[in-house]
Design a protein around this ligand. Structure first.
Ligand code: ACO
Length: 372
C-alpha cells in the first residue's frame, strides 16, 4: 500500500487564516498589535485601551475609551447562582479547572441575544471576578465585590487582596503583554470552535482548556515549581544539567515562532530587574542563573526564555499563588481569542483538515467468542 505522507506535524508553518490583529517576527523578536509595537503599547497604553485596539483595529478616542472602560467595569459581577455553585466546588480544584467550568456554566445564565462583541466584553469583564472569587473561596476568605471606579487590572488585585498594591501598573502592563499572540494553540483551538458557529462560552471554554497545558500557558506555573525545587543558586547547575541529560524540556524556554529572545520575556525581565534593585525578589537570581546555563547549552537550537519564564516571578512578587498564574494569562488572552473568533467568522469556513490513515482496511469481523 502506497501512502503519500504529507503531514505537517503540529501544523508547523501552515497558515490557516489571514489576520490583521497581530504580527510576530520570530527571528527579530518583534511583536506588533494592529500595527503598534508592543514596547510602545507597554509604555503608553492601558489594558482597556489595548483591548479596544485589538478588538476594533484602531486606538480609541476619548469617548470610545470611556465606553470600553465603562462597559468592562459594569459587567464584572457574577450571577448569584454561579457564586453559590462555586462555593460547592472541591477546594482542591485547580483555578484553571474552575475558570474553564465557570465560563461554561455562565453560558446557561447569560442572555443569548447579545452580539458577539457584547459577549466578548461581558466575559472579559467577568473572568477576573471568577479568578478572584475562587481565590477567596478556596482560602475561606469573604468575597470582595468588584469596584466600578477601579481599572480592570487594579480591580482584579483589589478583589484578590482587598487593596491595590504598589507597582500595580506593572500588572496592567503584564496583561497587555499577554493579550494577543497570533495563531497560537489556544487561539487556534478557539477559532476552530468558532468556525462551527458555536457560542462564545464554548469558544472560550475550548481556549481555556488548551491554554491550561504545560507546553502552552500552563508553563508559567511549572516554571515556579522548578525555581522552588532548585531552591538556591548553588543547585542550579546540577538541576538544569540533570534535566538536559534526561532530555526533559526546561519550562519557560523555547517557542515555535520565536527563535530569539521573546520580546515579552525581555520586558518582564527588565521590570523585575528594576524592582530588584531596591528589593530582593524571590527566585530572580536563580532564574538569571537558569537562563545563563540554558542559553549556553542551547545556542545552536536557538532556545530562549519565553513569556512564561519571567511572568510568574512578577506575579509571585504581588503575592499571587502559582496555580493562579495561568488563569491570569487567560484573563488577558481572552481579548485575542475573541478578536480572532470575530475576525475569522467574517469570512468563515469550517475547519476540517484530514488525518492520513495508515491502519488496516480488510480485517475480518470476529465476535467476542472468536466466531467469524
Ligand atoms: N527545553 C529543552 N529543549 C527544548 C525546549 C526546552 N524548553 N524547547 C525545545 N527544545 C528542543 C526540543 O527538544 C527539540 O530538540 P531536538 O530537535 O533535538 O528534538 C528542539 O528544541 C525543537 O523543539 P520542539 O519541541 O520541536 O519545538 P516546538 O516548536 O514543537 O515546541 C514548545 C515549542 C512547545 C514551546 C517547546 O519549546 C517547549 O515544550 N517548551 C517548554 C514549555 C514552555 O515553556 N511552553 C510555553 C511556550 S510560550 C506559550 O505558549 C505562551
Amino acid at each position: 500500500m502506497d501512502i503519500e505522507f504529507d503531514v505537517k506535524h503540529g501544523l508547523e508553518g501552515v497558515a490557516v487564516a489571514i489576520s490583521s490583529i497581530s504580527y510576530v517576527d520570530g527571528e527579530k523578536g518583534e511583536l506588533v498589535y494592529r500595527g503598534f509595537k508592543i514596547e510602545d503599547l507597554i509604555e503608553n497604553s492601558t489594558f482597556e485601551e489595548t483591548s479596544y485596539l485589538i478588538w476594533f483595529g484602531s486606538l480609541p478616542n476619548e469617548n470610545e475609551l470611556d465606553f470600553i472602560t465603562t462597559m468592562l467595569a459594569k459587567k464584572r459581577e457574577l450571577p448569584e447562582e454561579i457564586v453559590k455553585m462555586m462555593n460547592s466546588f472541591p477546594k482542591t480544584s485547580h483555578p484553571m479547572e474552575v475558570l474553564r467550568s465557570v465560563v461554561s456554566l455562565l453560558g446557561m445564565f447569560e442572555k443569548k441575544d447579545k452580539s458577539t462583541f457584547e459577549n466578548a466584553i461581558n466575559l472579559t469583564a467577568k473572568i477576573p471576578t471568577i479568578i478572584a472569587y475562587w481565590y477567596r473561596i478556596k482560602n475561606n476568605l469573604p468575597l470582595i465585590h468588584p469596584r466600578e471606579s477601579l481599572k480592570h487590572s487594579e480591580n482584579f488585585l483589589y478583589m484578590m487582596f482587598g487593596s491595590v498594591p504598589e507597582h500595580s501598573s506593572l500588572f496592567d502592563k503584564a496583561l497587555i503583554l499577554h493579550a494577543e499572540q497570533g495563531m497560537n494553540a489556544s487561539t487556534f483551538a478557539s477559532t476552530v470552535t468558532a468556525s462551527t458557529l458555536s457560542d462564545i462560552y464554548s469558544i472560550i471554554t475550548t481556549a481555556i482548556g488548551t491554554l491550561k497545558g504545560p507546553l502552552h500557558g500552563g508553563a508559567n506555573e511549572k516554571v515556579l515549581d522548578m525555581l522552588e525545587e532548585i531552591g538556591n543558586l548553588e543547585n542550579v547547575e546540577f538541576y538544569i544539567n540533570d534535566l538536559i541529560n534526561r532530555k526533559e524540556k526546561i519550562m519557560g524556554f523555547g517557542h515555535r515562532i520565536y527563535k530569539t529572545y521573546d520580546p515579552r520575556a525581555k520586558i518582564l525581565k527588565n521590570w523585575i530587574k528594576d524592582i530588584f534593585i531596591n528589593k530582593k525578589i524571590k527566585y530572580f537570581e536563580i532564574a538569571l542563573k537558569v537562563e545563563e546555563i540554558v542559553l549556553n547549552k542551547f545556542k545552536e537550537k536557538k532556545i530562549y526564555p519565553n513569556v512564561d519564564f519571567y511572568s510568574g516571578i512578577l506575579y509571585n512578587y504581588f503575592g499571587i499563588p502559582k496555580d493562579f498564574f495561568t488563569p491570569i494569562f487567560a484573563m488577558a488572552r481572552i481579548v485575542g481569542w475573541t478578536a480572532h473568533a470575530m475576525e475569522y467568522c467574517k469570512n468563515n469556513r469550517i475547519f476540517r483538515p484530514k488525518a492520513i490513515y495508515n491502519g488496516p482496511k480488510n480485517l475480518k469481523y470476529k465476535d467476542v467468542k472468536g466466531a467469524e
